[in-house]
Write a protein that binds this ligand. Structure first.
Ligand code: ADP
Ligand code: MG
Length: 224
């Protein structure tokens, strides 16, 4: 199996002169389809900065990211937006659900953006809500769901478009520890079932048991 997501010598500095911060320095990594890579590191070690570059949300100061061999650095802003919509699923620590929409409608948003036909949207949403164990909660709004349930909606939404890459930035950061471990188990199962290349950040060492590989960030550099 060959890598779908690849970073080479990736660096990102913020500011310049005396206030310059080297958030990520010379990071190279690959993620294969169906592989769950855990990105561990303490707060401030550069996890979010790295994931944003891998997901085409931010551009590196140096180095490159390629998705299925295509360099993101050569994509225009419009092309990047298109790549994010089609090929990348994002899960956020804060869930980032739309409060006025039901669980099902939240999962449906990315499919509407891609103008997926109604019948197909309905089937895909039902399938995903079942996959995350929320088949009976389709019509509930986020405020009627627990934190763990909201994040399961977030995971279903991230997978709606059958992305090739899943990027999750501390997806368990706002959950209690039991719920967090169950969430990692769920993400791991879906990643393996659906053959998505996943990279997931955490500062919680206990999440490692569900990972195929663990990368450790220290001050913006990968250890080892
Ligand atoms: P983590 O997600 O591991 O907590 P971050 O990637 O958020 O780490 O941050 C890494 C370093 O980069 C920190 O020192 C942070 O303050 C700095 N940083 C992140 N984003 C910015 C920004 N937009 N401007 C300036 N500094 C930033
Ligand atoms: Mg972060």
């Amino acid at each position: 199996m060959s890598a779908i997501l690849e970073a080479r010598g990736l660096s990102r500095a913020f500011g310049g002169g005396e206030t310059r911060v080297d958030a990520v320095t010379d990071v190279s990594l690959t993620v294969e389809p169906g592989e769950l890579v855990l990105l561990r590191g303490p707060s401030g070690s550069g996890k979010t900065t790295l994931l944003n570059m891998l997901g085409g949300l931010d551009r590196p100061t140096a180095g490159s990211v390629t998705l299925d061999g295509a360099p993101l650095s050569e994509a225009s802003e419009d092309e990047l937006a298109d790549i994010r919509r089609r090929d990348i699923g994002f899960v956020f620590q804060s869930f980032a659900l739309l409060p006025v929409l039901s669980a099902a409608e939240n999962v449906e948003v990315p499919l509407r953006i891609l103008r997926t036909p109604a019948q197909e949207r309905e089937e895909r949403v039902a399938e995903l809500l079942d996959a995350v164990g929320l088949g009976d909660h389709a019509n509930q709004r986020p405020y009627e769901l627990s934190g763990g349930q909201q994040q399961r909606v977030g995971i279903a939404r991230a997978l709606a478009n059958r992305p090739r890459v899943l990027i999750a930035d501390e997806p368990t950061g706002q959950l209690d520890s039991g719920t967090a471990l169950a969430m990692m188990a769920l993400i791991s199962r879906l990643v393996h079932e659906q053959g998505v290349a996943a990279i997931i950040s955490t500062h919680d060492p206990r999440m490692s048991e569900h990972a195929d590989r663990v990368l450790q960030l220290h001050d913006g550099r990968l250890a080892g």
